[in-house]
Write a protein that binds this ligand. Structure first.
Ligand SMILES: [Zn+2]
Length: 102
């Protein structure tokens, strides 16, 4: 998977199509991403103790990595990610402007 935690991505499908968000977590084995404020699901929590109130918690659900495209911090465009050897190190690069991605 070429998207990493901390990357900004744009969502390509679903009800959050077109939205941008920061990757909070990557599920490598499932190739899924948890993105801030994307694919929010409401979950209601019952009161645990007497006198405590039930709450509604919103959590971001993971989406498949193929439904997200990385936004290059350099050119601000959604792009695919390439890899290149630079100074003996494998770096991720933007396919559009060739800027290295951290
Ligand atoms: Zn770029």
């Amino acid at each position: 998977m070429r998207i990493k935690k901390g990357d900004t991505v744009v969502v390509l499908s679903g009800k959050d199509k077109g939205k941008r968000g920061k990757v909070q977590k990557t599920l490598v084995r499932e190739e899924r991403l948890v993105i801030e404020d994307i694919s929010m699901r409401k979950r209601r929590v019952r009161p645990r103790r007497k006198g405590e109130k039930g709450q509604t918690i919103e959590t971001a659900m993971p989406i498949h990595a193929s439904n997200a495209l990385l936004v290059c911090p350099q050119c601000q465009r959604p792009t695919r990610v390439g890899t290149e050897l630079r100074e003996g190190k494998k770096v991720r690069i933007c396919k559009k402007c060739a800027a290295p991605l951290s």
